[in-house]
Write a protein that binds this ligand. Structure first.
Ligand code: SF4
Length: 314
């Protein structure tokens, strides 16, 4: 069953495929709803997901200029209030840079479209960035790109309970797709001037570890490597989707992940005969799928405001 012509590849859907091709097939090509909890207890997962969404909303509203006092008054949950206070302590580090919150970009990739929904992109002069670096937890002397050039900092708010490793974050499809799309499609932010890879940085700000953000500088070599990797990945998915002729559960089964730990937190586990009981939520937060609990990314459950999605035609 070929992918629909309107299908948009996001970091979430690409991550699904990399984690388990069968999950991608069930979720996106067959679009099979299979209600099952991802974790136990289900109430706790929903609670954490709601807090993550609330935190993203508060930060978005703050970056739009809503009064801090009014926003603070709405952060009543203890976890949310702690994250909010940490964000307010961090926010001055953004200085007077131009901050664009919650917007989408899309670009063609391997004959399809790829999309990203950014929590925030900070645009500033590299000299200002150099002065701010120590306050933001980055080692002094780390590369900042060409002096005097405009820098583009992709900020992504994460509410992980446990800190993921740098290697784990580096391997996430979000880390590879978001900077790439900013380079390919971000000229809409600059009045048409192209953005070079060495002007871009991806930074995960971790609400539970606010003084230790995880940053990834981008450069031409990484851009080219990511472009080749993502092109091959999308080509592979599209080819696999195009090979299947019948729909529904009779479609040829795509490979199931060999890592059965992923199945503990997957709603399709009973369909795949990979268990009936969801894994515990605290294990989930340490595991590979922790990202699912975060709001703010373009995925199948998140509606993009397509009026805000920038387009590029090349
Ligand atoms: S239960 Fe396991 S094999 Fe089945 S779709 Fe989910 S991750 Fe893949």
């Amino acid at each position: 069953m070929p992918l629909p012509a309107t299908f948009q590849f996001s970091a979430t859907s690409l991550q699904d495929y990399v984690d388990c091709p069968r999950r991608f097939q069930l979720r996106y090509t067959l679009q099979i709803a299979w209600p099952a909890p991802q974790t136990e207890p289900t109430g706790e997962q929903e609670h954490r997901a709601r807090l993550a969404r609330d935190f993203h909303r508060l930060v978005h509203q703050h970056l739009l200029g809503l009064p801090t006092d009014a926003l603070s008054a709405s952060a009543r949950d203890p976890d949310l209030a702690r994250w909010w206070r940490a964000y307010l302590a961090y926010a001055p580090a953004l200085g007077d840079a131009r901050v664009i919150p919650e917007f989408g970009l899309s670009a063609p990739l391997a004959g399809h479209r790829a999309v990203a929904q950014y929590d925030a992109v900070v645009i500033r002069d590299s000299q200002v960035e150099a002065e701010l670096a120590p306050a933001q937890g980055r080692p002094q002397g780390s590369p900042l790109g060409p002096s005097g050039s405009t820098q583009f900092l992709i900020l992504d708010w994460k509410t992980y309970r446990r800190r993921p490793s740098r290697d784990w974050l580096a391997g996430r499809l979000q880390t590879r797709l978001y900077p790439l799309l900013l380079v390919k499609a971000g000229a809409s932010l600059t009045g048409g001037r192209p953005i070079r890879p060495n002007q871009v940085e991806m930074r995960y700000w971790l609400a539970e570890y606010p003084d230790q953000p995880e940053s990834f500088r981008y450069d031409e070599a990484t851009y080219q490597a990511d472009l080749a990797y993502l092109t091959d990945l999308i080509t592979e998915i599209a080819a696999r989707a195009g090979e299947g002729e019948s729909g529904g559960l009779l479609a040829e089964v795509w490979p199931l992940t060999a890592d059965r730990r992923r199945c503990r937190f997957c709603n399709y586990r009973s369909l795949c005969e990979r268990g009936k009981v969801a894994g515990p939520v605290d294990d989930y937060l340490e595991g590979d799928d922790v990202e699912v609990l975060d709001a703010g990314e373009a995925g199948p459950q998140v509606d993009l405001d397509w009026g805000q999605v920038g387009e590029t035609v090349h």
